[in-house]
Each structure stands twice: as structure tokens, then as C-alpha cells.
Design a binder for this molecule. Structure first.
Ligand code: ATP
Length: 345
């Protein structure tokens, strides 16, 4: 590692057709993922989709039933966790309550018999990096949630491993602190250069931090893409609905008055924020319900029997029963094949 900055090169990770079975059920089903060296990759998806199991297989805490896992080009499939050159941070932090902050952070270095002078130097650098220098003598119980999180982080990065694995590390923090820690984590990872694999079910966390998001659905990798591509070109209806708040409108094309000649089986997708009010032309609908949010207003509009959610500027007052016309630019339209589940453009 770089003696001044502590920067250490990340390693690439590859999963090849990896599966994990619990009894009859496939918790992870034929998943192949490429994680570039030095990237911040987020495993995202709803509860039970297999994120933690995938992470635990990369960590070597869980065996694979099918497929292979490579770290830095080495096949680590059968190797124990201790031989994989990784660090991990869990949701629970797993700090030792009877040890001080300093002792918690250098614990791994002690185990590896790193000499005292090197331990002191590394501790000083990591504590400085994480703003923990004044707290080194405290016990975990004397720290706030955010400070405990930083100690767990310090313990993970002090070993300068090329790969860091995190499972929902921010879920115990309040919204403001979570936001701060997101920025901090991302900055730290970019500065130090290790490869991050980060599990969350929170799309905002994924989109704000990731270089690459791997969206999992029922044990399968639905799409791997940059946050922007995931939002702008979702590959499937699931991806389209999972990313974005409120979710994308997905309506059978033939249900929309001007499009009833389109083949059945096609779904038209358009995000609530991509719809604009029009004076004439476009779709005409009737407002069925209104939710005023301050900066904007969400309106549910019925168009030939289907409901579209539309995001309007908060300054535009809308009322139930009102007739509205709206359009979207063609660049904001998404077409999916309902049967194959694939994108059509
Ligand atoms: P969450 O966000 O709720 O933590 P997840 O996406 O991380 O969910 P996993 O924890 O990987 O999901 O679980 C994937 C599936 O495997 C789930 O259906 C879960 O019930 C099942 N599962 C996980 N661990 C075990 C186990 N040890 N024994 C049996 N089934 C398990």
C-alpha cells in the first residue's frame, strides 16, 4: 500500500453461474456478475432476493452449490474466508464491547502479529481519516450510532485489503446520518481504491453510491448497469418498477386509446416525472386522486380505464375530477414485451 495515503489497489471479482440451494429453493440461481477492480458495486433488490447470500458466498461464509467465484483472477470457490484477502462490515457492526475504540480498530492487525509501531502508525492514519482521533480510549457503548459505524469501518479498512464487503451497514442510522455516511463511505472508497461490494435494499443508497448496480430478483441477476442506465434504460419491467419513486407507469399498450392497434403483449412504460401537461394533443385523462408534496404534486389520472401517475409542479393546483392532457417525449417512453420480460428498443 501507499505509505502516505494508505491507498491499496482493488481486485476484480467474478461470479460464474453461481447458485445456492436451501433445500429445494434456489436462493441464488445461476448468477454471473463481473465486478471491476476498484469499483463500488451495489447488490440491490427486495427482501429475500438473495443479496446477502450472494455476498456471503463471495466472503466464503457460505459455500456455493454450483458455479465458481474468482477474486483477482484466483479461483477462490472452495477457499475459506481467511484465505480470500477481504474485509467485511455487517449491519450489526459486531464491535467488541469490552475493548476500546483503538483496540477494536487494530484487532485484526494484532491477530496477524503486525508489530506495535506499524499498528500505531496505521491506527493514527485511520482514526484521522474517520474523525475518531479524539475517541480512541472510549468503549463502544460510549459512542453514537454513527461513531460506532465509523469504528466498524476503521476496523475493515486498516487491514488494507483489496476487497471490502458490506451488508446493509447504514440501516441502523437515522436518515441524516445515513446521508452523511453515504458520502463519507463513497469518498473513502474512491480515495483508497479498494473494490467495494455493498448490499442494500434501498434504491437511493444504490443510486447515489454505486459505479455499478446489480439488481437481483428472486435469486436471479435481473440487470447490471450504471445507476444512470438503470434509470434511463431499465432492461425489464421489474427493473423499471424497482428504480424510481414513485415507480414507472406500466400500461398494456392496447389499453391506451390512440394505441389500441398495437400488438397485445406490449407494455408501455413512462415515469411519472416524464409526463408533462399539454394544452392539446397527447393523452386525455381525469384526475382520480391528488397527493400534494410541497415541491411537487402526484396525481393519479385515469386514461381509458388505466391509471397513470403524473408528477406535476407543486405550484400547479389540481383537483379531483379535473380533466388533464399530458404528453411525454419519445425518448422517455419504454416498451417491454410482457411475455419475454425484455425491452423492445
Ligand atoms: P434481506 O434484504 O431480507 O436480507 P436478501 O436479499 O439478503 O434479503 P437472503 O438473505 O440472501 O436475501 O435470502 C435469500 C433467500 O434464501 C430467502 O428466501 C431466505 O429465506 C433464504 N435463506 C437464506 N438463508 C437461509 C438459510 N440459512 N436456510 C434456509 N433458507 C435461507
Amino acid at each position: 500500500s501507499d505509505p502516505l495515503t494508505g491507498a491499496h489497489a482493488g481486485k476484480a471479482i467474478r461470479l460464474e453461474n453461481v447458485s445456492k440451494l436451501f433445500g429445494e429453493s434456489r436462493a441464488v440461481d445461476d448468477v454471473s456478475i463481473e465486478i471491476p477492480a476498484g469499483s463500488f458495486t451495489v447488490l440491490l433488490g427486495p427482501s429475500g432476493c438473495g443479496k446477502s447470500t450472494t455476498l456471503r458466498m463471495i466472503a466464503g461464509l457460505e459455500g456455493t452449490d454450483e458455479g465458481r467465484i474468482f477474486i483477482g483472477g484466483d479461483d477462490v470457490t472452495g477457499k475459506p474466508s481467511s484465505k480470500r484477502d477481504i474485509s467485511m462490515v455487517f449491519q450489526s457492526y459486531a464491535l467488541f464491547p469490552h475493548l476500546s475504540v483503538a483496540e477494536n480498530i487494530i484487532f485484526g492487525l494484532r491477530v496477524r502479529k503486525v508489530d506495535a509501531r506499524e499498528r500505531r502508525e496505521k491506527l493514527a492514519r485511520v482514526a484521522d481519516l474517520l474523525g475518531l482521533s479524539e475517541l480512541l480510549e472510549r468503549k463502544p457503548a460510549q459512542l453514537s450510532g454513527g461513531q460506532q459505524q465509523r469504528v466498524a469501518l476503521g476496523r475493515a479498512i486498516i487491514g488494507e485489503k483489496p476487497v471490502c464487503l458490506m451488508d446493509e451497514p447504514l440501516s441502523n442510522l437515522d436518515a441524516k446520518l445515513r446521508h452523511e455516511m453515504r458520502v463519507e463511505l463513497r469518498g473513502l472508497q474512491q480515495r483508497l481504491g479498494f473494490t467495494m461490494v455493498y448490499v442494500t435494499h434501498d434504491q437511493v443508497e444504490a443510486i447515489t453510491m454505486a459505479d455499478q448496480v446489480v439488481l437481483l430478483n428472486a435469486g436471479r441477476a435481473e440487470q447490471a448497469a450504471t445507476p444512470r442506465d438503470l434509470y434511463e434504460r431499465p432492461a425489464t419491467p421489474f427493473a423499471a418498477r424497482f428504480i424510481g419513486t414513485p415507480p414507472m407507469n406500466l400500461i398494456p399498450m392496447s389499453a391506451i386509446e390512440p394505441l389500441q392497434d398495437m400488438p397485445t403483449g406490449l407494455l408501455l412504460g413512462v415515469r411519472p416525472e416524464a409526463l408533462c401537461l399539454a394544452d392539446d394533443g397527447g393523452l386525455s385523462g381525469t384526475v382520480r386522486s391528488v397527493e400534494y408534496l410541497g415541491a411537487d404534486t402526484l396525481a393519479d389520472c385515469e386514461v381509458s380505464g388505466s391509471l397513470f401517475q403524473v408528477r406535476l409542479p407543486g405550484s400547479r393546483s389540481v383537483s379531483t375530477g379535473e380533466a388533464l392532457r399530458f404528453t411525454a417525449s419519445t425518448a422517455d417512453l419504454h416498451v417491454f414485451d410482457r411475455l419475454s420480460g425484455g425491452r423492445r428498443d
